[in-house]
Design a protein around this ligand. Structure first.
Ligand code: SAM
Length: 259
């Protein structure tokens, strides 16, 4: 039994998480979206990407908006309520039914990706790129084979794992499922023991850049980028942290495929 078996399901299922963290684009979401675009961009210029969102929560579509290209996206999360919410949002978006939060994010993404499309058109197109969303556990072997994905993204998820061993295990899994030359992009809250939602605190691993850099190396990945960004969103909500860490890493292009 982890803390995820009880209270946090409420903040996701009740919509509090979406309302508090996604109703506005804010500084953090803009920075995270721009980071996904920056790290996936060079890969997307070369090929159609197979993308995995690990710990996707209810936001698989939201973050997919920022990843350039005509891709194939999969996602998984431990919480069935999140997967149900993400699937519902996807089905609605395919029919052109989106909410204001998605529209604002899509407008930002359209500008970033320099698309000649509307926010609505972009959202519908991206929704169609998401091929599967499933219940899965970051702390168990991931529901994917070795060398499968060009790009793995994980946003505000790994720091929610209970122990560093699990954090490190998850990074090892990210390395395993990436194709040689594939990239990992992480967005995490930093320097805190908890994040807040709906007036409650939920535990996080207290992440620093130094710790992240060590874990990336231990997972066998090559660090491309690790920057700490001070959040300006502390001025608009009680979130329990003041900075986020943006990390990008690559699986060696010469990593030998294993049989
Ligand atoms: C703060 S939310 C972030 C969700 C989403 N990625 C986002 O950007 O908003 C943390 C997510 O991690 C998920 N999570 C926590 N532990 C997990 C685990 N062991 N396996 C898979 N997902 C997990 C939770 O269910 C939740 O959706």
């Amino acid at each position: 039994m982890t803390f995820l078996d009880s209270a946090p399901e409420d903040v996701f299922a009740s919509g509090a998480y979406w309302r508090e963290y996604y109703a506005e684009l804010g500084h953090e979401n803009a920075a995270a979206g721009e980071f996904l675009h920056e790290i996936a961009g060079p890969l997307a210029r070369r090929r159609r990407l197979r993308v995995l969102d690990a710990g996707c929560g209810p936001t698989a579509l939201y973050w997919t908006l920022f990843v350039p290209g005509d891709n194939e996206v999969e996602g998984f999360d431990l919480n069935p309520a999140n997967i149900a919410a993400a699937r519902l949002q996807l089905e609605n978006a395919k029919r052109g039914d989106t909410d204001a939060a998605l529209t604002v994010a899509a407008e930002h993404a359209v500008g970033l990706l320099r698309l000649e499309d509307t926010a609505a058109g972009h959202t519908r197109r991206k929704a169609k790129q998401i091929k599967s969303l499933a219940v899965g556990d970051l702390t168990k072997p991931w529901p994917a084979g070795r060398d499968q994905f060009d790009f793995v993204q994980s946003v505000f998820a790994l720091e929610c794992l209970p122990r560093w061993e699990e954090f490190e295990f998850a990074l090892g899994e990210a390395c395993r499922v990436l194709k040689p030359g594939g990239r990992l992009a992480l967005v995490n809250v930093s320097r805190t023991d908890e994040w807040h939602c709906d007036g409650r605190g939920f535990p996080t691993l207290n992440l620093t850049r130094e710790r992240m850099e060590g874990c990336i190396a231990k997972a066998g990945l090559r660090l491309l980028e690790c920057r700490e960004v001070e959040s300006q969103d502390v001025s608009i909500r009680d979130q329990g942290y003041g900075s986020i860490i943006l990390t990008a890493a690559e699986k060696s292009p010469s990593a030998r495929p294993r049989t």
